[in-house]
Design a protein around this ligand. Sequence first.
Ligand code: NAI
Ligand code: MG
Length: 356
Amino acid sequence: MKKTITLLPGDGIGPEVTTEAIRVLDKVAELFGHSFVYQSAAIGGIAIDQYENPLPDETLSLCRESDAILLGAVGGPKWDANPSHLRPEKGLLRIRKELELFSNLRPVSIYNSLIAESTIKEDIVRGIDLMIVRELTGGLYFGEPSERLDINGEEGAVDTLTYSRSEIERIIRMAFQLAEVRRKKIISVDKANVLESSKLWRQIANEIAEEFPHIELEHMLVDNAAMQLIKHPKQFDVLVTENLFGDILSDEASMISGSLGLLPSASLSSNGPGIYEPIHGSAPDIAGKGLANPLAAIASVAMMLKYAFGLEDEADSVMSAINRALDTGIRTADLVYGNQEYVSTTEMTDVVLQHL
Ligand code: NAI
Ligand code: MG
């Protein structure tokens, strides 16, 4: 199989982890007889430095022409004081919108050898398997107005949480379709006791549930969900929620797995290429030190193989290689406590490659 992949390494640890993910893709290509052609483009801070634009037109057109996109992360203190149109995150938000990647899948599970090391009790995390479905192109991150304003002569600001019926319908329907091939249970997370947008969300979820009578739908308020994720994560199969809620809950859920450096994601549209990226950010505190855990990016490549190319065996091989690499006991710095030894970003990948 021949596929073209656009690489958007971005900032901070983004380039470090995507480099490792590509090593794994190359090995998959070699072992299974595929050909992956890469084209690199700029996004985020590096694109601001080079083109004064966090998402240059050329990047967008390369993405549109490719079969899949592998992204690292964007952002960093260098650009924090920039005006909002010159912020790295603007590039990320815009590419999601331009490619209509409304559905962000964030699977949460735990690798065998990390169960005993979890900061949460073993019984609580063993066998965990949930899928966070985060709405990605609407909600609080996109609503207008979003600006500074004058409130009775005082400095103020406003952000807006907007959803249309069609935006809610398509993400809820995606959650039901995923639940169909999983354990047939959806927990829809909202704040319907306060927010009007959540009341509409809940109403539409109930309507769509009637099309799927064999799937159980439960509603949960987001503050309770934050608590339930740690108390009893196994009650979740598919968790579907608004953009900001999903962003926060998935960082929290990463600690069920053991580290933010472990969780991958796939951002999908109803047609056209998806973006595959770790859920973590650019981690400026550890950038350039070889400390980043590459496994979230490597697992994102597994999601690409599965969702973009339909290569399930290849995807399973990558996930199993990660599992067996961790079984050897090696850990990157994010997974060790106290003065335990750890390996570098590249060394971690070396061991994954040995087991592929
Ligand atoms: P972050 O996710 O970059 O880092 C949070 C903490 O987790 C840090 O202590 C970091 O060292 C650690 N961490 C993250 N990924 C890791 C990995 N692979 N291995 C080991 N440790 C890892 O979030 P933070 O610090 O809040 O944001 C830093 C920058 O990243 C900001 O500019 C932010 O806007 C941006 N960001 C970008 C995202 C993206 O590109 N998708 C997502 C989240 C944040
Ligand atoms: Mg996030």
